[in-house]
Write a protein that binds this ligand. Structure first.
Ligand SMILES: Nc1ncnc2c1ncn2[C@@H]1O[C@H](COP(=O)(O)OP(=O)(O)OP(=O)(O)O)[C@@H](O)[C@H]1O
Length: 597
């Protein structure tokens, strides 16, 4: 075997350099290890010998004190002191244990003199001081007023004068109560918005803040809102008939709590009885369901409940949502609950097929997606409202109970009516002409209309529809103008870096704007829906109507055709008519949409 070639000069010098580098690294690592070790040893030694060090320091101080005294004392005092010391020394020498006592006295003096006399550090500024001053300084340009007798906000001023109360959670501002000049225009939404923006910027944008303007007393209270509960899986909620859970809100925004299972794949069983908050119920509990399934993670959560039927003054709902903000998910949440109490018509004006999962289910009268179907359905709805109103009027006049088919709750999901006008070639007024009656008589005839709109399409909605729709939802990040247009009031809540899907605001009737997190109700027909969620949603849907049994009713009334044959283990009240192929019998006098072609 040939012997290996000797390395060339450059290769040799490279090897030497690499070896030197490695050696240097090792030396440096060794040195830093050694330094850390030395530090530890010094630390332990200081701990161990601290009494001796203390005494040593005291002896040094005693000696220094004696030296200074000796130097500064007049000669006669020195002589007297020297004589005194000598006499004492002699006496102590002859006293039993004298030298020992003398030594103990010196050591006691040294211990006293050796004590740590470093003065404690002066108290620092209160926690959050800098942040409060930053909020104050940010507000000065907006709230400073030469006419303000109290001079609450002045350049270079102290925050303590204007800020009456504040609370921190760690270094995060959670509550702030401030006074402002009576000359500040607190009824001007723009002026308020400027103040809110400054506070949000200085106090941290990550959280949402609730602003409570007390315009009578010129006070503003800002409260940081805790995060709303995370995605709540769709489930049967514990509610009264005609109550629909739209989502969950802050505990301070409602006086009710309902039990909610937070386990995504958990049993879809009502988790217990609802709780009246006044009764002081615990906020959360883990309970085991009676059916022996694994314990579900059950919490008592504050719901946002929309009432339909005669017990409400806001039987119609409008949801405004940006793209992928959770509008379709909200409609699914509503549909699944509405089908527990009554019938449903779904009108998909966008042709997205989002309601396909409803087709053929008991109680689903119709799922429309083409212009002709929509036209037919809206014309029928108009006639059905007239029929119900007449039946109710007749029953009341005759003093007999209102017939079941005139008061069975009917929910109409009308997804994006602005698109509907485009699809049918009809104007917004044509669509509204058909919706006008169901909207106006919705409460007495038990008909509720749920409409949706993109923020950009909001202006295209007929004013009459907006005027009759008093339950409002806004989902996703929307600007203040859109929020005001959608909710009919300023939210009074700003901030929050991210709006997850299903997060937004709700306003029921003339009530305040409250925060809302809708439940997670995915489409069971979507491929990417997790299997446990798909099963959960299918469990919540009513049974499928057998194809052989499904047929269009001969006449318009939903309940008039009698119970449909073929409903699989129906279990619904008699008079339910599952219709999957169409509605007919629109009243002759009902207006109809303009034909597109
Ligand atoms: N409450 C919620 N919890 C968890 N995820 C949600 C919630 N609402 C919606 N999502 C998710 O957000 C995404 C968009 O939801 P959705 O399709 O309902 O929005 P959208 O407003 O109808 O969107 P688009 O109309 O633009 O299709 C989906 O993946 C959905 O699963």
């Amino acid at each position: 075997m040939p012997s290996p070639l000797p390395p060339t000069a450059p290769a040799l010098s490279r090897r030497v350099a690499a070896a030197t580098r490695n050696g240097l690294h090792a030396t440096r690592a060794g040195l830093s290890n050694g330094r850390a070790h030395l530090g530890r040893v010094r630390h332990h030694a200081r701990d161990m010998f601290s009494p001796l060090l203390h005494l040593g320091r005291g002896l040094r101080r005693e000696a220094a004190w004696a030296r200074t005294w000796w130097k500064e004392a007049p000669p006669d005092k020195r002589k007297a002191a020297a004589v005194g010391v000598a006499v004492s020394a002699v006496l102590l020498y002859f006293l039993p244990f004298g030298p020992l006592l003398a030594l103990a006295a010196v050591m006691a003096g040294a211990a006293w003199m050796g004590r740590d006399r470093t003065p404690p550090p002066p108290p620092g500024p209160p926690p959050g001081d800098g942040r409060l001053q930053a909020v104050y300084n940010g507000l000065v340009p907006h709230l400073a007023d030469d006419h303000d007798p109290a001079g609450l906000f002045v350049p270079g001023g102290e925050y303590a004068k204007a800020f009456e109360h504040h609370e921190f959670d760690g270094d995060r501002l959670t509550r702030l109560e401030l006074r402002y000049s009576p000359y500040f225009t607190d009824d001007d939404p723009d002026a308020r918005a400027r103040i809110e923006r400054v506070i949000e910027a200085k106090a941290g944008r990550a959280r949402e803040y609730l602003y409570d303007w007390d315009t009578e007393n010129n006070r503003l209270t800002v409260a940081a809102l805790p995060p709303l509960p995370g995605p709540v899986p769709a489930q049967p909620y514990v509610t009264a008939p005609c109550e629909i859970v739209l989502g969950f809100t802050d505990a301070s925004s409602t006086n009710r709590l309902i039990p909610v299972s937070m386990t995504p794949g958990g049993p879809a069983e009502p988790a217990g009885a609802p709780v009246d908050k006044a009764a002081g119920a615990p906020p959360a509990a883990a309970t085991a369901p009676a059916n022996g399934a694994p314990a579900a993670n059950v919490h008592q959560l504050p719901p946002v409940i929309w009432r339909t039927g005669t017990r409400t003054n806001a039987p119609h709902l409008l949801a405004v949502a940006g793209p992928a903000a959770g509008k379709t998910t909200l409609l699914r949440t509503i549909a699944l609950q509405a089908l527990r109490d009554g019938d449903l018509i779904a009108i998909d004006a966008t042709g997205s097929g989002d309601f396909a999962y409803l087709a053929g289910r008991v109680g689903v009268l119709r799922v429309d997606s083409t212009a002709d179907q929509v036209r037919e359905t809206l014309t029928w709805l108009h006639a059905e409202t007239t029929r119900r109103a007449a039946a109710i009027g007749d029953a009341k006049a005759a003093g007999v109970p209102v017939p079941e088919d005139a008061r069975r709750p009917l929910l109409v999901l009308l997804d994006e009516p602005a698109e509907l006008a485009d699809a049918t070639g009809a104007s917004a007024s044509d669509v509204y002409e058909l919706l006008d009656l169901p909207l106006r008589l919705g409460r007495t005839t038990h008909i509720s209309v749920v409409t949706t709109a993109r923020p950009t399409q909001l202006a295209r909605l007929h004013p009459g529809l907006l005027g009759e729709t008093h339950t409002r939802i806004a989902l996703g990040p929307l600007d203040t103008d859109t929020l005001v247009a959608a909710l009919g009031a300023e939210p009074g809540i700003t901030g929050g870096d991210a709006m997850p899907p299903g997060r937004g605001y709700a306003r029921l009737g003339a009530g305040p704007v409250i925060r809302l997190q809708t439940p997670y109700t995915p489409d069971p027909l979507e491929d990417d829906t997790p299997e446990p969620d798909r099963r959960r949603i299918l469990d919540l849907l009513p049974d499928v109507v057998l194809a052989a049994g499904s047929r269009a009713p001969d006449a318009a009334p939903a309940g008039a055709a009698g119970a449909a044959a073929g409903a699989v283990s129906d279990g619904r009240p008699e008079g339910t008519v599952p219709v999957t192929t169409g509605l007919s019998g629109a009243g002759g006098g009902a207006p109809s949409l303009v034909k597109s072609h």
